[in-house]
Design a protein. Structure first.
Length: 221
């Protein structure tokens, strides 16, 4: 269920090279080579809660499934505006930077497009593999880093491409399953982050997701 725009961009761009790892500290003072690849879950994008009161339709909840990569309607509607998103609490962070990617996520041998292939829901990453399994490569993913207040503050000025999950990502220190249903993709620039109880609030400005996420992507460290 990938969007038509993303399918087309994959044919046009082929295997776009991933940029080198991006240190989360000091991001705002360095030129960004590509959008930072992240995953978000229901703790970052809750429905029917302040301050945004996103409706289920705003978040694609009715079509949530493995491989959904449509841009979330709320982010399309609010593009160019500054909005506030929740940050989760310890053990329920909701925001995760991807610091490494499995070698078998590339679209073909020799390609250097693991990040784009994930965002585009390649075979086993949301689309059926040769055995018809949509999530065969998503069962044990290492390299997810939960984001806390200081991490988000260091991202001020950084553009992010994120795959949004419908439920809670069951993060574990060694590896994490990303087999859950997805809502789609979002892209935004981080403006600031502030403390909010035991979590944080992130002020972000949505940008166009299809082109941002199909271009070169950067990993956290």
């Amino acid at each position: 269920m990938r969007s038509h725009a993303l399918r087309t961009l994959r044919h046009v761009t082929g295997a776009a090279a991933l940029a080198g790892a991006l240190a989360l500290a000091g991001t705002a003072t360095h030129a960004q080579e590509g959008a930072l690849l992240m995953v978000l879950d229901q703790n970052a994008l809750p429905a029917s809660q302040a301050p945004n009161n996103f409706t289920p339709a705003d978040l694609n909840q009715a079509i949530a499934s493995a491989g959904v990569r449509d841009e979330l309607p709320a982010f399309m509607r609010l593009r160019g505006q500054t909005i506030t998103l929740k940050g989760g609490t310890a053990a329920h962070e909701g925001w995760f930077a991807m610091t490494s990617l499995p070698a078998n996520w590339v679209s073909a041998a020799g390609a250097n497009d693991a990040g784009q292939n994930f965002v585009l829901a390649g075979a086993g990453l949301g689309s059926p593999d040769t055995a018809g399994n949509r999530t065969s490569l998503l069962g044990a993913v290492a390299g997810l880093r939960p984001m806390h207040l200081a991490d988000m503050q260091a991202l001020a000025g950084t553009t992010v491409c994120a795959v949004a999950f419908a439920g809670e990502i069951p993060w574990a220190q060694t590896s994490t399953s990303l087999k859950g249903n997805t809502l789609g993709i979002v892209a935004f620039t981080v403006v600031s982050a502030t403390a909010n109880g035991s979590g944080f609030s992130a002020q972000v400005t949505p940008v166009e997701a299809d082109s941002t996420c199909a271009a070169a992507l950067t990993l956290g460290s």
